[in-house]
Ligand binder design. Sequence first.
Ligand SMILES: Nc1ncnc2c1ncn2[C@@H]1O[C@H](COP(=O)(O)OP(=O)(O)OP(=O)(O)O)[C@@H](O)[C@H]1O
Length: 303
Amino acid sequence: MTPAVSTDRSVVHARGLTMTYGDVDVLHGIDLDIHRGEIFALLGPNGAGKTTTVEILEGFRQRSAGEVRVLGADPQRGDDAWRGRIGLVLQSWRDHGRWRVAELLAHFATYYPDPRDPAELLALTGLTDQADQQVDRLSGGRRRRLDVALGIVGRPELLFLDEPTTGFDPEARREFHVLVERLARDEGVTVLLTTHDLAEAERLADRIAMLVSGRIRACGTPSELARRAAARAEVRWTADDGTPRRERTGDPSRLVWELHRDADGPIPGLEVRRPTLEDTYLHMVHQEDDDADGDVGGEARTA
Ligand SMILES: Nc1ncnc2c1ncn2[C@@H]1O[C@H](COP(=O)(O)OP(=O)(O)OP(=O)(O)O)[C@@H](O)[C@H]1O
């Protein structure tokens, strides 16, 4: 198959993506558009269908129905040239524990027509000092960075990161985020990240799709999602008799204006808490299985 070169800005395009395991529906017709150079997070709780989605996009799983194009080709028919344009962060070092870090990178580089220079990769992933270290002696965080180095050695246009920072300490996580941002901002790599870590999605992603029970319940930039949330602002204040009060409202300025109007002077303890991304997420995760309720741009189509 000749790889179709995708000239449009859509790197991932899915319509009505459906997956059924036996008689269990796991993905219920997902629509997705991921654009060139963006960091896109698929966020959802355990069992939401994130890995299933990603494995279908990577060409490792056959979908039950729907239309999917990744870099212009159907992943089920992706050939070696197409695979070479995709970076997968696999835990391949497990089979190469005795290799030295630089040696392993140099070895994987031989699989690609235009690989990155292993020394440059070591610097990019912060592993220069570990170049001569045996792979199975690396810490968990450094191993994961090596996974990323192996994932990008072939200069992929699209990088899949499936829950990449599970088990990282805060510093390793921050360094990893800087690395992913650098790949996207400086090198134009498109990144599809799956995570159930809200802070990670908020910190890294240009856009987030919230996948819950096999449906995309909301999609947008982190601030759009927080703003357009069905979750409402919370106004807190202390009443005249000294009791703390709180009220949820879609129109907090009106409530504050009313409180001022009714008060003799300043309102003690006044606080307005805007809905956060976490409010939206928890709302999506906990709401009843009702498509219409609180669906915020439920198809991940547009920026
Ligand atoms: N091979 C399979 N056969 C049957 N059911 C499967 C298979 N793989 C996954 N599932 C089911 O599909 C659903 C979605 O799983 P998936 O691994 O895609 O979710 P996830 O969002 O990646 O979850 P997690 O965050 O826990 O990794 C789950 O209910 C899971 O049990």
